[in-house]
Design a protein. Structure first.
Length: 418
């Protein structure tokens, strides 16, 4: 198998409080030798102060002082590590219900989600909540790690029982790929190295699973979407007449000679050249950052979108989204917000809250429509100008929006286009 050493995999961890998320990440970093010596010494010192005989692996990610004092994860902690096969960014998200917004933030760009389940307690309400959010955010791969197998004597029956319970409630969710791994983060079983205590498990350990997940097809390579970030007009003799449109491909493939349409104006042209950081390209594909030149002079500016002429997104001022409210202040219907969609910035207002999701039982609440912090609900928005949107299921970049308070400039909500 050919390995792409530059391929980056983003994954998020979720689980109930004390399920061992931070310990698992600490074990991944420690056993894969991705931690500097001075960091290990600092953690060993902190562990001794807390009365540990060995090393408290959770301290590798619980970087905030409040978290270290309480022994819990409050904010989203991002960690980077690399192996010879792949690069990784980990989002360690908190398990409390009051930090639902943090999990949504950490999971929004993830290729995979690791959901931890305590082998002693099995599937609990938090497990269902996190699986629902992973499904809502269309995370392509979910890895259910049944942790603390050492506390149930590494019994296969405990593992199989949890698999059955998880598959039963997740069958109604839109998760393409679910895998189950029995582990002990504290002891290191099936995290980086295969466990001798569970010979009945024939699958790969967690790190090998993460290294070999097929993520190339997670990006939409069919629908070409190129939001214009800036117009390049270098004032030099070498590039006197150069006019390039720079940005990051949000979907699809572009080749020289392709017929393209500029949205929302509807003008058409063909691609003259494609330029990447290393020079000219014959073709470009998502998520590359490129500059495009066209064969026609067209008025194009930031916020416009370049698409294939035979495959255009919907241009709409009325948008239905699943909105996660992030702010202390409640959502204000009919109030004006700034809406950010790709590189496009417009004004928008909340026309209607259709329903709220009861995050405890995943039901729809059509009576209480007040969006408070951490609430998720179906909302209808109205924008001042049309946005070029796809459904979030189709494209996670062109299908997502954020709302910003005009007065405070705070990000108050994030949304997924239905």
């Amino acid at each position: 198998m050919e390995i792409n050493n530059n391929q980056l995999l983003r994954f998020t961890t979720a689980g109930s409080v004390d399920d061992g998320k931070s310990t698992l990440i600490g074990r991944l970093l420690y056993d894969s030798k991705s931690i500097f010596e001075d960091q290990i010494q600092a953690i060993e010192s902190s562990s001794q102060k807390k009365g540990y005989d060995g090393i408290d692996l959770a301290l590798f990610t619980d970087g905030l002082r409040d978290e270290r004092e309480q022994g819990i994860t409050i904010d989203v902690a991002y960690r980077y590590f690399t192996t010879p096969k792949r690069k990784f960014i980990i989002a360690d998200t908190p398990g409390h219900i009051q930090y639902t917004r943090n999990m949504v933030t950490g999971a929004s760009t993830a290729n995979a989600a690791i959901i931890l389940v305590d082998a002693r307690h099995g599937i609990i309400e938090q497990t269902k909540r996190h699986a629902f959010i992973a499904s809502l955010l269309h995370i392509p791969h979910v890895i259910v790690c049944v942790n603390k197998m050492d506390l149930v004597d590494f019994q296969e029956s405990s593992f199989n029982e949890i698999i059955g319970a998880f598959e039963e409630f997740s069958s109604k969710m839109l998760i393409k790929d679910i895998r189950f791994i029995p582990i002990s983060a504290l002891k290191g079983d099936n995290v980086v190295n295969r466990s001798d205590n569970m010979p009945w498990y024939q699958g790969a350990p967690l790190l090998h699973t993460l290294e070999t997940l097929h993520i190339s097809s997670d990006i939409n390579k069919v629908d070409t979407r190129f939001p214009i970030q800036t117009v390049l007009r270098p004032q030099s003799e070498q590039f006197l007449d150069f006019r390039g449109y720079a940005g990051r491909l949000a979907g699809g493939i572009l080749r020289i000679g392709d017929k393209v349409t500029i949205m929302p104006s509807g003008f058409t042209s063909t691609i003259k050249s494609l330029n990447g950081p290393s020079g000219f390209l014959d073709e470009a594909f998502a998520p590359m950052s490129i500059a495009v030149t066209l064969n026609d002079d067209i008025d194009i500016s930031r916020g416009d979108m370049l698409v294939k002429s035979n495959n255009v997104p919907e241009a709409s001022q009325d948008i239905e989204v699943m909105l996660c409210w992030l702010n202390n202040d409640d959502a204000k219907p009919r109030a004006k917000y700034t809406i950010m969609h790709t590189t496009n910035e417009q004004k928008a207002m909340i026309k209607e809250v259709v329903y709220k999701i009861d995050i405890n039982n995943l039901g729809r609440n059509t009576k209480d429509k007040t969006l408070k912090m951490n609430d998720i609900g179906k909302v209808r928005l109205r924008t001042t100008q049309p946005l070029m949107i796809d459904s979030y299921r189709k494209n996670r970049t062109t299908g997502s929006i954020i709302l910003i308070d005009e007065n405070t400039n705070e990000t108050v909500a994030t949304g997924m286009v239905i």
